[in-house]
Design a binder for this molecule. Structure first.
Ligand code: SAM
Length: 325
């Protein structure tokens, strides 16, 4: 992933998802302050920077130290760019350390980047044999191998069912426990082969590897992706100035459900009992601009975009706590 930006190879590898919708969703002001909370390899950041003038500022964040190094290499010399290794759940602290109170827009492009998937030694992919790690930040938490070696069957089964929607969760969990009594799982290939053996040839339907759901589930658990998302949304909404936008791109239904529910909850008044006197409810602080999907042309050009769902939220009023009485 180190090819120079602008080369054909770089364009193929760093293709940002739904670029036009991201720029429109953020409603980019040339002198605005923006946050790319999931830098990856900077596809969206580079686009944003093209639309900022010398007064504009972009804070880029990623929890993966390799992404942060890439950001320093690519944008370190740009005085408009600030770079932080952080989780987006801690966005508030990252903003504080830049002395930024409010921002005009935050982008969250969820999930893993192509370099994370492509590098065998990160342990994210059943397509490349490597150590069973799966941590986005290798300094935080425990590896997938360590977790699978210690969790009990009920816990493994719950994770596979809840985060992978894997119907054979119990059988896979039991096979993992049996295997680790002989030899703990240490590589992605060992896990992928074990799952394929449990599920049998029928599971190879629709050209999907049988271990797809298991890998997704373990990755979500190891990185606490859904907890991060809940906290990240809260921190981002809090950071928006009036007129500021939050754009979130998710790639599976578990993430999108959370984004959809949170955006709906903050942009509507709770339903009231019509038989009781109307309570004096404050107007919602946010406007929900709904969801957008990639075009057929984009899906054809960039297969990674096929499951993307983009949602936009706008702050339309100051938080109650900050409103002048
Ligand atoms: C889909 S990639 C982003 C790609 C990027 N938009 C681009 O155009 O290159 C997602 C990135 O978000 C990072 N990430 C995921 N969860 C995160 C979190 N909770 N906090 C900070 N970064 C996170 C991952 O490490 C990964 O680099």
């Amino acid at each position: 992933m180190n090819s120079a930006p602008g080369t054909t190879k770089a364009k193929q590898q760093h293709q940002p998802v739904m670029p036009v919708q991201v720029l429109n969703g953020l409603c980019v002001k040339r002198e605005g302050k923006f946050v790319d909370a999931t830098y990856g390899r900077g596809g969206h950041s580079s686009l944003l920077l093209e639309h900022l003038n010398n007064e504009g500022r972009l804070l880029v964040i990623d929890r993966d130290p390799q992404a942060v190094s890439a950001a320093k290499q690519r944008h370190g010399a740009d005085p408009r760019v600030l770079i932080a290794e952080a989780c987006f759940a801690d966005l508030g602290e990252a903003l504080e350390s830049c002395a930024w109170a409010k921002v005009d827009g935050v982008l969250m492009d969820l999930g893993v980047s192509s370099p994370q998937l492509d590098q065998a030694d990160r342990g994210f992919s059943f397509l490349h044999d490597g150590p069973l790690d799966m941590r986005m930040s290798p300094q935080q938490g425990i590896s997938a191998a360590a977790w699978l070696d210690n969790a009990d069957s009920t816990e493994i089964s719950r994770v596979l069912r809840e985060y992978g929607e894997e119907r054979q969760a119990r059988r896979i969990a039991q096979a993992i426990i049996r295997q680790r009594e002989l030899n703990p799982l240490q590589t992605t290939k060992q896990l992928a082969e074990l799952v394929a053996k449990v599920l049998g040839p029928a599971a190879r339907k629709f050209n999907k590897h049988p271990a797809t759901r298991t890998f997704q589930a373990i990755r979500i658990h190891i990185n606490d992706e859904l907890g991060q998302l809940q906290q990240g949304l809260k921190a981002a909404m809090h950071a928006l100035s009036v007129g500021g936008r939050l754009v979130v791109i998710s790639f599976h239904s578990l993430e999108d459900r959370i984004v959809k529910q949170v955006f709906k909850a903050v942009s509507t008044n709770p339903s009231v009992n019509r038989r009781l006197p109307m309570p004096d409810l404050p107007e919602p602080e946010f406007k929900n601009h709904g969801k957008q999907l990639p075009t057929a042309t984009e899906i054809e050009a960039n297969a990674r975009s096929r499951s993307a769902v983009l949602r936009v939220l706008e702050r339309v009023r100051k938080p109650q706590s900050e409103a002048v009485l």
